[in-house]
Write a protein that binds this ligand. Structure first.
Ligand code: BTN
Length: 258
């Protein structure tokens, strides 16, 4: 099974590769490895099913067998960047990959939900910390095959969106390519390379939003993101930065989509 997910181009990301038919959480596997041993840059864990997939804000990430690509990658940023730039980076690479493979109009809802046809097909959980050096784990969950569970009316799979012959292996080939390329470019060119791509892919900017964060609820128009990847919401004459939380975006019919 590992063979199927080996990169078909040279590169450091994914050379150290573990593939599990079933595991608790790919992020957790790498966290435990980091606490026990020296883990090479780009070490990757892929699972075909997760029994304890973790989402943002303490949620569960439903990870059904064969339906999705559940993958985590270890990176060592030179310092721990303030804010969510790393998760924006992961979202941009994901969108590059899906657009390249499917030619569909994939976008990003702040901070980093993968969106197609107004529905979420992918989520990203970046966990970061410092041992001897700073580390980050990029965790991506991408709904690929079959139908999104009915209880999630705002969820979609890539197959439902029209990419019904996409394999998990082909998706990993493109995703690993773009994750590596975007990360290398960020190291050289800095945040702006990510922010400008994120703005192009955004389905959030220019829309009325409701943000529920730690410091309460903010409503207004999502105007931009700043250097740290915070969302800047225009509320009357003020521009309010939001660094984390739950965002709803007003759709054309006036309803707010989670
Ligand atoms: C979100 O809430 O939108 C983020 C979901 C992230 C899920 C992925 S699946 C692979 C990796 N392992 C986990 O336990 N979570 C992330």
């Amino acid at each position: 099974m590992r063979q199927q997910f080996m990169r078909d181009e040279p590169g450091w990301l994914g050379q150290d590769l573990t593939v599990f038919p079933r595991v608790g959480s790919t992020n957790q596997v790498l966290r435990e490895r980091l606490s026990q041993e020296n883990v090479p840059l780009g070490a990757t864990v892929i699972a075909l099913e997760q029994t304890a997939g973790r989402g943002r804000l303490g949620r569960v990430w439903t990870s059904l067998k064969g339906q999705g690509l559940y993958v985590s990658v270890v990176l060592y940023p030179p310092s721990l960047p303030q804010g969510g730039i790393l998760s924006l980076l992961a979202g941009v690479a994901l969108t590059d990959a899906v657009r390249d493979l499917t030619k569909m109009d994939a976008g990003l809802k702040w901070p980093n939900d993968g969106i197609i046809h107004g529905k979420k097909y992918a989520g990203i959980l970046v966990e970061a910390g410092r041992l001897a050096i700073p580390w980050a784990i990029f965790g991506l969950g991408i709904n690929v095959n079959g139908q999104a569970p009915e209880e999630f009316s705002h969820a979609i799979t890539l197959a439902q969106a029209g990419a019904d012959s996409l394999t998990l292996e082909a998706l990993w080939q493109k995703l690993s390519h773009y994750l590596e390329a975007r990360y290398e470019r960020w190291l050289v060119d800095g945040h702006e390379s990510i922010l400008s791509a994120w703005r192009r892919y955004s389905v959030t900017l220019g829309h009325e939003v409701v943000a529920q964060g730690l410091s309460g609820t903010v409503t207004g128009v999502a105007e931009d993101i700043d250097e740290q990847g915070r969302l800047l919401i225009r509320h009357a004459s003020r521009l309010i930065p939001i660094s984390s939380g739950e965002l709803s975006v007003r759709a054309a019919n006036g309803s707010y989509t989670p």
